[in-house]
Design a protein around this ligand. Structure first.
Ligand code: WT7
Length: 636
């Protein structure tokens, strides 16, 4: 990205100005010179936020894997593309070169083809963090199939909902997955899920844990022998710029997860350019992002962003606590990691453990530290800076979303200074604005508002799979002609952004974006439950923990106490996954409601957080008397 690399604050100012004053020229020049295209575009950008319709590089043709793999074979065939660090530190790590990755992707692509997968078909990938996960993602992209990666911690019901929503006919999975000293039976979860997915014609199974599994005749295949027989050459499928590259589900404030659809060309340009500059990746660097490829962070900053830049990207199968809480630092030392990207929840967890677990490792290779997923509190920021970065590594607090495809607001090492709890400034080409509740743009600094983006950027999601109406309603209807992020933000007197959190019914728990509605739906399935409302309360490690207010059909069932609470959490685990379990449950006889019947979560949130002095006017509620009852239950 030679002519647009950002190495100084002057570069940033000059390029940022160019990118907002002449966006089409800027993106045209950047895209033209830094990627391999099969055909050049006819127009750089067509957009209309009212419809909404966004098309970048229309008329262009490409394949993102040609950019991730083929073009590096000339100079980097023997460079390590992926370092695989297994769950068990006694197992050997694996270095996969660009050439070898190229062949393994082609083999996988040929296996998918042999199972009838064609351009445009959706393929569900439900795999642990093993090389085959990255390889499957790229194999889909190579043949133009749309990948839908489902995080391998989701339950059978969550999985089947996602498989059915975009009508996948093929599922890639493994026998099991290693998580610390546990084994998760992934294939068993898939078997349960597929009872509700009759259209799935093939399941391809990677053997990782060698656990005993059931193979359904005519449907399930062990993948190893198929890969061995497959050719290591597979031509690229030529894709149009706007052909979907992948679907990735994220929670919303209504029950159904939203399948965000990302494009081929725009996503490529955005993920590559942000990776290179925000992490200041240099050619020999070893880069590690601890996320799971089941989330957008893994898509953009483990797989695509790094590989598009010919980088070495580390994939870690395990958990930060195994065999002990020093594992991350042991890996940094072992592989001499230069850029390290993780989440505040991980930092807070590790900061609670003995500092010896950090100090016994040599972390001198580190140059840049990153944070993503939720606001990072000052204490965690400082711990990260002092103990991991030794006060010499810039910290990039990167704000973005599944929907944005790539980082939107972040500092840049040695270019834009970090400031604790601030994401700081918009990346090149990004035009954030703050809006007040009346829909007016807030122009002054030292102000707080709803965070919107007023101009398109290449990597933005183009629609919600099968539901363009919901895409419009969720992101383009709150404010005229703007993309609404759902987040609030403060902007200080220097124009730096500090994200204050969600303003809608989404709660971020350990960096996972959880919609309240699907959790409430799960709870309400219990035959003793009448109604429920979930709110978030601040939590030392998880950022937020979930607090549930539940009304029962028969008040007397409350005497079941802990056993009922356990059953409710089991239901949540089954419907969504253990990440959505409630830390606290309060049985109440009613929920505060407006006259139109809307649950007043604001009041419930204040009570749970012991802020009852400013509950606001409750007299207009349908049932004001319930507030006192809830207060006395929760606070006494
Ligand atoms: C939501 C998006 C983007 C990858 C991980 C999450 C919150 C994300 C930050 C940050 C403050 C952040 C926002 C956002 N968020 N990064 N650096 N500072 N908040 O992706 O699941 O789509 O969640 O995560 O609330 O809207 P996601």
């Amino acid at each position: 990205m030679s002519n647009y690399n950002i190495n100084s604050s002057e570069d940033y100012k000059r390029i940022y100005d160019e990118s907002v004053n002449h966006p089409e020229k800027f993106w045209n020049d950047l895209a033209k010179d830094n990627f391999k295209w099969q055909k050049h575009w006819d127009s750089v950008l067509n957009w209309d936020f009212k419809k909404p319709e966004i098309r970048w590089f229309e008329g262009a043709q490409l394949n993102i894997t040609e950019n991730c793999l083929d073009r590096h074979l000339i100079n980097k065939a023997q460079k390590t593309a992926i370092i695989f660090e297994p769950n068990n530190p006694k197992e050997k790590s694996e270095h996969i070169t660009y050439e070898s990755l190229f062949h393994r992707v082609n083999k996988m692509a040929n296996v998918l083809k042999s199972k009838g997968v064609k351009k445009g078909d959706r393929v569900c990938i439900y795999l642990p963090m093993i090389p085959e996960l990255a390889i499957s993602v790229l194999a889909c992209a190579r043949i133009g199939a749309v990948h839908s990666v489902v995080f391998a911690g989701f339950s059978a019901i969550a999985l089947s909902t996602r498989i059915n929503d975009c009508n996948c006919k093929i599922v890639l999975t493994s026998d099991g997955s290693f998580r610390g000293n546990k084994i998760l039976d992934l294939k068993k979860i898939v078997d349960t899920a597929l009872k509700d997915c009759p259209q799935v014609s093939s399941v391809l199974v990677v053997e990782r844990t060698k656990t005993k599994i059931h193979l359904e005749k005519g449907r399930d295949y062990l993948i190893e022998s198929l890969l061995n027989e497959a050719s290591q050459d597979c031509p690229i499928e030529v894709m149009d710029s706007e052909d979907p590259l992948f679907v990735l589900y994220t929670s919303g404030s209504t029950g159904k997860p939203k399948g965000m659809v990302h494009s081929s060309a725009g996503y490529m340009v955005g993920s590559a350019y942000t990776f290179k500059n925000i992490f200041q990746y240099k050619d020999e660097d070893i880069y590690w992002c601890t996320a799971d490829i089941g989330w957008i962070t893994g898509h953009s900053y483990i797989v695509y962003g790094p590989l598009l830049n010919g980088a070495t990207t580390l994939m870690f199968e395990g958990v930060p606590s195994y065999p002990d809480y020093g594992r991350f630092w042991e890996i940094v030392e072992k592989h001499k990691v230069n850029q390290f990207y993780t989440a505040p929840t991980a930092i807070r967890t590790l900061a609670k453990e003995s500092i010896d677990l950090v100090n016994k490792h040599d972390l001198s290779s580190l140059k840049v530290l990153g944070s993503v997923g939720e606001p990072i509190n000052e204490e965690a920021w400082k711990w990260y800076n002092i103990n991991i970065g030794k006060n010499k590594c810039p910290i990039v607090d990167t704000w973005w979303q599944t929907e944005t495809g790539s980082i939107m607001i972040s500092s840049i090492p040695n270019v834009i200074e970090s400031k604790p709890t601030y994401a700081t400034l918009p990346f090149i080409g990004i035009q954030p604005v703050l809006m007040d509740e009346n829909g007016n743009e807030i122009l002054e600094n030292d102000a707080e508002g709803r965070l919107c983006i007023k101009y398109p950027w290449p990597s933005m999601a183009r629609t919600i799979w099968g539901d363009h109406k919901r895409y419009k309603e969720t992101y383009f209807s709150s404010f005229d002609n703007k993309y609404f992020t759902g987040d609030g933000s403060y902007r200080d007197n220097k124009g730096l952004f500090r994200i204050t959190g969600r303003v809608d019914d989404v709660i971020i728990v350990s960096g996972h974006n959880l919609g309240t509605a699907p959790i409430e739906d799960a709870i309400n399935e219990h035959n003793l439950v009448a109604e429920s409302a979930i709110i978030g309360v601040p939590h030392d490690i998880k950022g937020n923990s979930l607090f549930g207010y539940i009304t029962l059909k028969e008040a007397s069932s409350a005497s079941l106490g802990e056993s009922l609470k356990k059953e409710i959490n089991q239901l949540i685990s089954k419907q969504i996954g253990p990440i959505a379990k409630l830390d606290h449950i309060e049985f109440v006889s009613g929920l505060p409601k407006t006259r139109s019947g809307k649950i007043m979560r604001r009041i419930l949130r204040k009570i749970a957080n012991n802020e009852i002095d400013n509950l606001g006017d409750t007299s207009t509620l349908l049932n004001p008397e319930i507030v006192d009852e809830i207060i006395s239950k929760v606070l006494h």
